[in-house]
Write a protein that binds this ligand. Structure first.
Ligand SMILES: Cc1cc2nc3c(=O)[nH]c(=O)nc-3n(C[C@H](O)[C@H](O)[C@H](O)COP(=O)(O)O)c2cc1C
Length: 203
């Protein structure tokens, strides 16, 4: 059985959903966990040498991989470990459909192909912002345990999970959640629908 290092590529890694997913995976003691930060790329590249498996945990950002992870992969490209671990992926996205993650997973597969890493298992999570605090948490926990078993046994596979809800119900619930969230922070639904949302909103 191999040893697994988990790298969290979320731009908000310390308080991310990715971290919560990684914690479920890490119930097994054979793991080491790190957030990817701007300043630790080379340290992480060095750590990889001690592990048979790398699990990258990250969110979908604009249908792709977040820049935090992209920048780390650029460093890894220049600083590969002597023995390359098998690369697996645990990705979550906000939308209900787990297939939204397909392109981002393909980006990691391409990185592996171009840099001589074997691609291992993948778990694609839909409704990733919501499922952990819903009655369906057990579904995602079960899939994460399956992901872990597949990596530890080197029996790599592709898995997916999402909340078993009709799209309309999910969209209605998430719209009211985010509208309420905006209200608490003094932002209206109309303001959230503009491209200016990341600029300071004049009150
Ligand atoms: C800038 C940004 C872009 C996002 N883009 C997408 C997207 O294209 N599709 C999607 O389904 N979710 C998208 N999301 C939602 C995140 O994937 C989702 O909230 C996820 O749970 C965040 O995970 P984290 O807490 O580990 O960072 C986006 C979120 C942000 C902040």
């Amino acid at each position: 059985m191999g040893r697994v290092i988990i790298l969290n590529g979320s731009p908000r890694a310390p308080r991310s959903n990715s971290k919560r997913y990684a914690e479920i995976f890490s119930e097994n003691p054979k793991t080491e966990y790190h957030n990817i930060a701007r300043t630790n790329h080379l340290t992480l590249c060095d750590r990889l040498a001690d592990f048979s498996d790398l699990l990258i945990v990250f969110p979908l950002y604009a249908d792709g991989i977040p820049v935090t992870l992209l920048n780390f992969l650029k460093t890894l490209e220049q600083n590969p470990p002597p023995e390359k671990p098998v690369v697996s992926v645990l990705i979550n996205c906000g939308f209900l459909e787990y297939r939204q993650n397909d392109v981002a997973v393909d980006m990691i597969k391409l990185f592996c192909k171009q840099n001589g890493y074997r691609f291992g298992s993948v778990l694609k999570i839909g409704s990733g912002e919501a499922i952990l605090d819903s009655p369906f948490k057990f579904l995602v926990a079960r899939k994460i345990r399956k992901l872990r078993a597949s990596i530890l046994s080197a029996n790599y596979r592709e898995l997916h999970v999402t909340m078993p809800l009709p799209t309309r119900t999910f969209v209605r619930a998430s719209t009211s959640y985010w509208t309420e969230y905006g209200k608490k922070n003094g932002v209206t639904k109309e303001q959230m629908s503009t491209m200016d949302i990341e600029k300071e909103i004049e009150k």
